[in-house]
Design a protein around this ligand. Structure first.
Ligand SMILES: Nc1ncnc2c1ncn2[C@@H]1O[C@H](COP(=O)(O)OP(=O)(O)OP(=O)(O)O)[C@@H](O)[C@H]1O
Ligand SMILES: [Mg+2]
Length: 412
């Protein structure tokens, strides 16, 4: 009786087990994933229907290693290493690898496995599921390719833009050189006409007064030629500055008669010089040239009559107030006129060498580029305040020569 009862219990237990196994098998076989299990050594012991179908496994004997051949030969070693590492640490296993499927072609398989432990805590192996992520991978790859393409396009566009800018700059330079040869040749020709004409008459004339007058005319024309070559040399930066510590007020006063003559009688010319002087370290010849350039520009802007003022001040410049000029105290030399003024468009270009709005022979467009070059080489800067019809003020900022040691020169 006793053995019979035992037997019944055993049969019941076996029934329950096979029932639960059948339930698991049904669940596993209907799941939309490749489900697998391994023993504690990692050998495959179970695979659901989908898994067998996918890898073409027909017999139990094929189960253990039959699926391995399908993996891409390049990916198999990595898969083995990843699984071995997880197995050793009894950790979760996650991996993505390629499968060379006999009918579906190349597929990407994402595998995930969790370690199994029995009630006593003994490691039993892995249970895992793998899914075909080829579509997602494709989408990801497409996205990556699109991104790369986009990057490439943007790169191309930027390169194109840089080239266009370089071309434009080259074109502008060529245009400038063209204007130079035209303008300078014309100017020199005019000067030489005056010089040659004057010398010709001097050689043939007996009248001392006439000879004197023509000699002076020839000399002043030759001087203008000299100024022109100086500007050209300064522009090409071959003329080094020879800075000296001096009071610009003194320089301006010395140059006043020349400046007055340059502006003409009908223009009111005024000096407003800072009391106590304005000491800076500049090349005096270059400063005079810059001042003359500014005053001549003002004269051209006011036309027949008008007002031109040369002023010196001590001023404080905030950061960003004047282009490329560090914040600090400066000696400011400004030339103000009530002439035609400038449009913002013109103001943007005036420092470019050879930029001029004047007709050939009237201007070479080197005046303000000399002023700018001189200011920068002296450690200063230039700022223009102007609008059409409202006159113009060109400010020259120069580092002051105070009690402290002279500041570092900016070399441009
Ligand atoms: N005070 C000003 N008022 C109005 N426009 C000005 C003034 N100063 C300069 N400009 C403009 O800036 C341009 C460039 O001046 P810049 O002194 O460099 O050359 P330019 O006077 O034309 O020729 P150059 O000085 O070589 O004889 C001028 O052609 C003019 O259009
Ligand atoms: Mg000028």
């Amino acid at each position: 009786v006793l053995t019979l009862r035992d037997e019944t219990a055993r049969i019941k237990a076996e029934q329950r087990l096979s029932e639960s196994e059948a339930r698991f098998r049904t669940v596993a076989d209907t799941a939309p994933a490749l489900i697998w299990m391994t023993d504690a050594e990692g050998a495959t012991t179970f695979a659901n229907r989908r898994f067998r179908g996918f890898f073409g496994i027909k017999t139990e004997r094929q189960l253990a290693t039959g699926w391995r051949d399908a993996f891409h030969p390049e990916d198999l070693p990595l898969l083995d290493t990843a699984f071995a590492r997880a197995l050793e640490g009894r950790q979760r296993f996650e991996h993505v690898a390629r499968v060379q499927h006999p009918t579906h072609g190349l597929r990407w398989l994402r595998m995930e496995g969790a370690p199994r432990f029995d009630a006593a805590g003994y490691f039993q192996g892995y249970i895992g599921a793998s899914i075909d992520v080829t579509e997602a991978k494709k989408a990801e790859d497409d996205l990556k390719r699109i991104n790369e393409l986009l990057e490439e396009r943007v790169g191309d566009a930027l390169a194109e833009k840089a080239k266009a800018e370089a071309d434009l700059m080259h074109a502008q330079r060529m245009e400038a050189v063209g204007r130079l040869t035209g303008g300078v040749a014309h100017d020199f020709n005019n000067l030489l006409t005056v010089v040659i004409g004057a010398l010709d008459i001097i050689l043939r004339s007996e009248d001392p007064a006439k000879r004197q007058k023509l000699g002076e005319a020839a000399l002043s024309a030759a001087r203008r030629g000299e100024r022109l070559t100086h500007q050209l040399l300064a522009f090409s930066r071959r003329q080094a500055l020879r800075p000296e510590a001096m009071d610009v007020n003194g320089l301006i006063r010395e140059g006043e008669p020349l400046l007055r003559r340059a502006v003409g009688e009908a223009v009111a010319f005024k000096l407003k010089l800072r009391r106590g002087g304005a000491r800076v370290s500049v090349d005096p010849a270059q400063f005079e040239a810059a001042l003359l350039n500014l005053v001549v520009n003002a004269r051209d802007a006011v036309g027949e009559t008008g007002r031109i003022t040369v002023q010196t001040q001590q001023c404080m410049v905030a950061a960003g107030e004047v282009v490329d000029l560090p914040a600090g105290d400066y000696v400011c030399v400004s030339v103000t006129d009530d002439g035609q003024g400038m449009t913002p468009e013109i103001m943007r270009k005036v420092f470019e060498p050879f930029f001029t709005t004047k007709s050939v022979g009237k201007g070479t467009g080197l005046g303000l580029s000399q002023v700018y070059g001189f200011a920068r080489q002296s450690g200063g800067g230039v700022k223009i305040v102007s609008s059409p019809g409202k006159g113009a003020e060109i400010r020259l900022y120069l580092p002051p020569l105070g009690e402290e040691a002279p500041r570092e020169r900016i070399t441009t």
